[in-house]
Design a protein around this ligand. Structure first.
Ligand SMILES: Cc1ncc(COP(=O)(O)O)c(C=O)c1O
Length: 407
């Protein structure tokens, strides 16, 4: 008599090949590591100071919170329009015209998403077929990688280099990375983690490349409002009609308005692409809550003084970071042109970026990101966040300065 095999749950629970290839974001991995360390009570001194996350410590401006409360009181709690509430799509169109000199039709060319995260994901899923390649500057915000895998694509790094104290990507590097399978170039400017804001001349070279190679550009503009010293964010879609036809602009309110927890963002692009992204998106999301969308519309259309104020705050912190980290032997801090991260070049220490990170964490109780978490091109650097200021920044910088000096 045949022996009946017991069903094995482990087998039934096997993961799909796509989800098995996913990785936690670098920030999530390091957060878990830090929590484990704290649970063991293994930190030096009393606490660990974090200069790691891109989490603004500013409160969401009061008039935006008030708008959400008003919307709640007015019963704005039912399903939102899945494309985004008309009032928010209209506000996004106004904002794009005001700040970016871009004209998009709120009826057909704008899609509201649950943060830039879902915007990037919807764009990738809509555009990629199995094996299509996505070109990404290296180093870059690591969370793009798994989204590309999930969409069936393959990420291809574009080599960058540090020239005159800033990370750059040359047209030669772009060409060297391109193949006949290249489909998308994914960029963010201001560029996380490097702090570079692409110059208009660089953007023209990038645009020429995109057109020559017949690519689509996904342009993540989430740090656009945080720029310094006369650096100006320019949307690639403004460069020519041809670029507008090839660009999916992705943005969110997370950083500009200190609204990371509200989970609201948007995309703009050519109508057929936005329509297809809408179809993709509605398989997994009904969009941000209706009352949140009302508050987001208020953020985008009312006074932008709060944005200017936060920008001044980040600029002061940047000055503090530069002052604290200049003159540290074998470490060279790069002046960020935008965003709230400073890269510190530690190649002269002869250690890998992860070794430096671990020494700083275990011996000095300060958390930073190792550049290699953002790709091989980030090796030899560490990323220091000044999204949080005040005493946290002061304490963190003191520890960092001391830790780097002792390497
Ligand atoms: C470049 C970049 N894009 C997107 C995101 C995520 O944005 P959101 O909060 O809008 O999902 C981040 C967050 O750190 C980021 O740095």
């Amino acid at each position: 008599m045949a022996v009946r095999r017991q069903p094995r749950a482990a087998e039934a629970l096997r993961l799909s090949s796509r989800s098995a290839g996913l990785k936690p974001t670098a920030v999530n991995s390091i957060l878990a590591e830090v929590r484990a360390l704290q649970a063991q009570g293994a930190s030096p001194g009393t606490s660990i100071v974090s200069l790691m996350r891109g989490e603004p410590d500013f409160r969401t401006p009061a008039h935006i919170c008030d708008a959400a409360v008003r919307a709640l009181a007015n019963g704005r709690t039912s399903y939102p329009d899945n494309r985004g509430e008309p009032v928010l799509r209209e506000a996004v169109a106004q904002k794009l015209a005001r700040d970016n000199q871009l004209s998009y039709d709120p009826g057909s060319e704008i899609l509201v998403t649950t943060g830039a995260t879902l915007g990037v994901y919807a764009a990738l899923t809509t555009l990629l077929s199995d094996g299509d390649e996505v070109l990404l500057p290296d180093p870059i915000y690591d969370a793009y990688q798994s989204a590309i895998v999930l969409a069936g694509g393959r990420s291809v790094p574009v080599r960058s280099s540090i020239e005159n104290g800033r990370f750059v990507v040359t047209k030669e590097a772009l060409e060297a990375a391109a193949t006949t399978s290249s489909r998308v170039l994914l960029l963010n400017s201001p560029w996380n983690p490097t702090g570079t804001v692409f110059l208009e001349s660089e953007l023209h070279e990038i645009a020429d490349f995109v057109i020559r190679r017949n690519l689509i550009l996904i342009s993540d503009e989430i740090y656009e409002a945080i720029v310094y010293d006369g650096h100006r964010h320019v949307s690639l879609a403004t460069l020519s009609d041809e670029m507008r036809k090839r660009t999916v602009l992705v943005n969110s309110l997370s950083k500009t308005y200190a609204m990371t927890g509200w989970r609201v963002g948007y995309c703009a692009g050519p109508a057929p692409l936005i329509q297809a992204m809408f179809l993709v998106l509605q398989q997994s999301s009904r969009g941000p809550a209706t009352f949140i969308q009302d508050a987001a519309a208020c953020a985008l259309t009312e006074s932008q003084e709060c944005v200017r104020e936060m920008r001044r705050g980040y600029a002061d912190r940047r000055t503090t970071v530069m002052a604290a980290l200049s003159n540290v032997p074998r470490a060279r801090v790069l002046l960020p042109e935008g965003g709230f991260f400073a890269m510190v070049d530690v190649r002269e220490t002869g250690r890998t970026s992860d070794e430096v990170r671990l020494r700083l964490l275990h011996e000095h109780g300060v958390v930073v990101m190792h550049g290699a978490a953002y790709g091989q091109g980030g090796e030899g650097t560490i990323r220091v966040s000044f999204a949080s200021g005040g005493q946290n920044l002061q304490n963190g910088l003191e520890r960092l300065r001391e830790g780097l000096a002792r390497l």
